[in-house]
Every structure is written in C-alpha cells, then in structure tokens.
Design a binder for this molecule. Sequence first.
Ligand SMILES: Cc1cc2nc3c(=O)[nH]c(=O)nc-3n(C[C@H](O)[C@H](O)[C@H](O)COP(=O)(O)OP(=O)(O)OC[C@H]3O[C@@H](n4cnc5c(N)ncnc54)[C@H](O)[C@@H]3O)c2cc1C
Length: 461
Amino acid sequence: MQLKAEVIGELKTKFRGEILLPGEPGYDDARKIWNGMFDRKPAIIARCVGTSDVIQSVNFARDNKLLIAVKGGGHNSAGTAVCDDGMMIDLSLMRRVNVDPQKKTVRVDGGCLLGDVDYETQLHGLAVSAGIVSHTGVGGLTTGGGFGWLSRKHGLSIDNLLSAQVVTASGELVTGSAEENRDLFWGICGGGGNFGIVTSFEFRCAEIGNDVYSGFIVKKFEDAKKYMQFHREYVRSLPEEMTIWTVVRHAPPLPFLPKDVHGKMVVVLAFVWLGGASEGEKLLQPIRDFSKQEGEAMGMHPWVVWNSIFDGLLVHGARNYWKSHHLKDLSDPCIDQILEYAGKMPSEECEVFIPHMEGAPSRVDGDGTAFAHRKTPFLLNVHTRWQDAKDDEKCIAWARELHGATQEFAQGVYVNFLSEEGEDRIKAAYTPKVWDRLVKTKDKYDPDNLFRMNQNIKPSL
Ligand SMILES: Cc1cc2nc3c(=O)[nH]c(=O)nc-3n(C[C@H](O)[C@H](O)[C@H](O)COP(=O)(O)OP(=O)(O)OC[C@H]3O[C@@H](n4cnc5c(N)ncnc54)[C@H](O)[C@@H]3O)c2cc1C
C-alpha cells in the first residue's frame, strides 16, 4: 500500500517519535520481531515516544483504514507485532519505569521489557511477578496474563496490576482499574491487545530482596519417566515459595555440566526458592536423592541474573513454532507421550517446558479476570526452535504431533503461547462465560475491530 506523501507529512507534524517508511534507514530493524519466521513489511512504522504519539497513530490508522499491529517487546511467537501493508505501532522506545518504594508499586511504560522493570524495582529489593526471559515485553505478557518464578507465591502479572492507561480505538486515553472502567480493566487482564493500547501499567511489587536461592538440577533422560512420576506429586507438596519447572531438552554447554553431557538429552529442573538457602536446599534434597544427576548448580543469585538466565538460549532471530496447553495432571500416559516425542526432537534447540502453576493464581476466580484457566497444575509448552527454513515442515509437524498426542490430558490454553491457530483455539483460552464477556467488552471498546492483529476476539455487532 502506498500512502500519500501529504498524509504522512501531516502525521509527522503531530508526531514526536520516528515515522519510518519502506526503504528508509531503520525501517528493516524496526520491523524485526523475536520470531524469525515473520518477515512482514508494514506500509508505515510509527515509533512512538509517548502517549500522544500512540493516540496520533491510532487515529491515523483508523482514518486511513490501515490494519494495526502493536509491537511491545515483539516476542509473541504468533508474530502479531508486525503486519504486511498496515501500520506497525511500535512502543519499543517507551520504556520508562518509575518505582514508588513507599507504596511498593511501579509504573511501567507500555513498551518496557521485563528486564527494565527488574533493574529499577531491584534498587529497592522489589520485583513484579512476570516472565522468566528479560527481553520479553511487559505489554503483550501482561495483557495475556503473565507468569514466572514469582507467580506461585505472588500471583500472575495481572493479579498485581493496579491500573492501566489505555488508548482505545476511538483515540481516547482512559484509565482502567478496579474503580474506573472496570469492564475494560477486566478485558485487558487476559484478553490481550483486543481493547486498546496500554501506554502505562501500574503494578504492585513483591518484596523479594536482591538475591534468590535458585538454580538447576539436571537429571538423566533415561530416568525421565520415573523422575516425572515422582516430580508430579512432590512439587505439589511444596510451599508456594518454591517453584520448579521441568525442561526436557538437549543439554546446553553449561559450565557445571561435564563436557560429555553437552548435547545429550536431559531433564532440567530449574527452580526458585523465596526463602533462606538452607531451607531451600532441604526441600530440594529429595529431588537430588531420587535419581542420578548429570550435574547441578544451586545457590543465591542476584534476581536480575537469575531472571535472565534463559535469555541466551532464546535470543532473537531463530525460527520458532509453539504449541501449548494446560495439563490437568501429569498422568503416566501423558508422561509417556511427552517423552516419546521428546526422544525425537527435530533440533537441538527445541524444548518441552512444563511449569508448575498452582498457588496464588489458582485462588483467583476463573472469571475474576479474563485469564480463565487457573486451576490446572501444570502447563505444557512445546517450544520448537530451529535455524533453517528448510526444516520448517519437519519442526512444525513434530510440535503439532506432540501437542495432539497430549490433547486428551489438557484443559485450556494460555493465550500468549498460541501460534496462529484459528478462533476455536483462541476460545480454548477462555471459558464460554469469559468469552461472552470478552465479546461484550470488544463490542463496547472496539466495535469495528481496529485491534485485530492479535488472538482476535471479534465483535458481535
Ligand atoms: C523467549 C520468550 C519467553 C517467554 N516467557 C514467558 C514467561 O515466562 N511467562 C509468560 O507469561 N509468557 C512468556 N512468554 C510469552 C509472552 O508472554 C508473549 O509472547 C507476549 O505476547 C510477549 O509480549 P511482547 O510485548 O514481547 O510481544 P509483542 O509481540 O510485542 O506483542 C504481542 C501482542 O500483545 C499486544 N500488546 C503488546 N504490547 C501491548 C500494549 N502495550 N498494549 C496493548 N497490547 C499490547 C498486541 O496485541 C501484540 O500483538 C515468552 C515469550 C518468549 C518469546
């Protein structure tokens, strides 16, 4: 699509950030997102530096009938941060973080990355419950739900969201909170980017100090079934201060693993304990004792170090395809399916992630926010990652097959882990009651479906 020069010129007079058009310096960098599968070319990229820029962009796209793609951290594996032809509203220059150490709250711009928030809150020994990779965006993560090492104890990101400033489809700036525009606030807590663009989030922080007892215990793949049978019961007996996630993958060349283990299939248990080291070690002892280990690294680590420990394995640019669902349990046949497919991973960068989810999130009502599936104990994320486009078919087929083989053990899906999978799968992220309410909220705030480059909730009108 070719936009008229005078129309763009007029936008530029009202815009403080950068307007980039195809072929201009910076355009190709700005349209890049985390998942290398997407090479889309927007007609125009609006790199916003403030709320006024976001409003101008929304009005411009609406008035010129342009599809909008909103880029927060650019991590959504479905590639929704970038579109062909339309307007990419890029928030990645909006990264202010203001902590209120007295109130233990933080206000975070809509384009912040998780690492931005960690660095600033940690000055005061605080942290926001969010994800485990520091280059992920707050915007997409929070509007989908958001969970990580702190969520079992402190709730999902949305459970700690106090208010949000939102630019709606009509270009209005409104506040959503428990007191104001409650329906909109409810919608952005799990309904993704369907209702507007959040220019700032206000979170409650958790007091975690600067160091957390954390680390890895690496088990042999040969013992995986036996270990996972033990794990499924044991982790459920642990206090909420302990979070342990299972990762089945080829061993990366970590310094604490013997060289002959590098590249071998292993079961990695990554954990965080929000308490003293000796107590944490005691709780982990049964895991260490249960079966032989390939290696371990446990100790007090600065939060900002631990909460970026997976960054290097998940750098930008590789090809990625995710399939996911919540698991009702880790029954024997479910473990069998996971391990059978794990044994034939199509690339050394693939992982099967199984976070343990129960705790504070499960105590919030299923329709208290738009994040509906809160009671399931585990989540399965088939995280397929490779480098060469010629392997696309093989890798995607593997993910789909593993996902299909575990479908009977599943209940619902996390909207942020969906690929492009169609409306039935989007509905699976919600209960029918929550879906109906989301549609009503969409009807009110975005009846023309301006914000549709997302896991889309279509208006009924
Ligand atoms: C390496 C990696 C690690 C991850 N780890 C975790 C994890 O530990 N926990 C977890 O819960 N999730 C995790 N995720 C999933 C993550 O929550 C989603 O990919 C999320 O969409 C990323 O947000 P983003 O802003 O980076 O994405 P983007 O691709 O920029 O945005 C995705 C969508 O979110 C919406 N959006 C983004 N910003 C805003 C905003 N400011 N206002 C309104 N809508 C907005 C838009 O609809 C956009 O299309 C991870 C993803 C990756 C790639």
